[in-house]
Design a protein around this ligand. Structure first.
Ligand SMILES: Cc1cc2nc3c(=O)[nH]c(=O)nc-3n(C[C@H](O)[C@H](O)[C@H](O)COP(=O)(O)O)c2cc1C
Length: 174
């Protein structure tokens, strides 16, 4: 007798989430961004130190300025909102663990965005200019940029992706 597979919304969201790089011109509701940031803030962190800090950018000039600092210019310019994720060094107790925690918060954010039928992509390539971005945004040294996430209403859902077979990734079972 085959076992019944019980549907899981969490697993479905994880498997269905794709990076979205093309957006319509529709604006994203602030309440939905705040909800997704709340999900981000519910990520785990070492000692529960919650080292993440967030910024929201909707201003077209600022989006264009940041867009000039990455080769993903059009993704940044066409997004309804850019969400910046920072590590607050004043809340940091272990650099690697704190970066991992901010990464976990970004993934929570992406899944929350997906849950509301919005689209987003994690832009890491822009980090080569993180100090310049801190200057543009007039932020103190203690805030280290970890990612910019472009958020909008997806222009389409044709994204595909692939993963290596799990058998290649599990190195051992002793
Ligand atoms: C640390 C990190 C940095 C990334 N940087 C970029 C980026 O600069 N530009 C981009 O288009 N996608 C970026 N991505 C998204 C990846 O390209 C994407 O997650 C990967 O290709 C798998 O596709 P999927 O998200 O649709 O499953 C980044 C993802 C991570 C986790």
């Amino acid at each position: 007798m085959s076992e019944a597979v019980i549907e899981s919304p969490v697993l479905n969201a994880i498997f269905d989430r794709r990076s979205v790089r093309h957006f319509t011109e529709a604006s994203v509701d602030k309440a939905l961004v705040m909800e997704a940031l709340k999900a981000a803030s519910w990520a785990p962190s070492g000692l529960n130190n919650q080292p993440w800090r967030f910024g929201l950018i909707r201003d077209a000039d600022l989006k264009a300025k940041l867009g000039g600092l990455t080769r993903y210019t059009n993704v940044l310019k066409s997004a309804s909102v850019l969400v910046t994720f920072f590590l607050d060094k004043d809340s940091s107790y272990d650099y690697v663990k704190d970066c991992q925690a901010v990464g976990a918060s970004i993934q929570n954010f992406l899944l929350a965005v997906q849950a509301r039928d919005l689209g987003a992509v994690w832009i890491g390539e822009i980090l080569k200019n993180k100090d310049e971005i801190r200057r543009i945004l007039e932020l103190p040294d203690r805030l280290e940029l970890m990612a910019v996430v472009a958020v909008g209403h997806p222009a389409h859902r044709n994204q595909s992706s692939h993963r290596r077979p799990i058998e290649e990734l599990v190195l051992f079972e002793k």
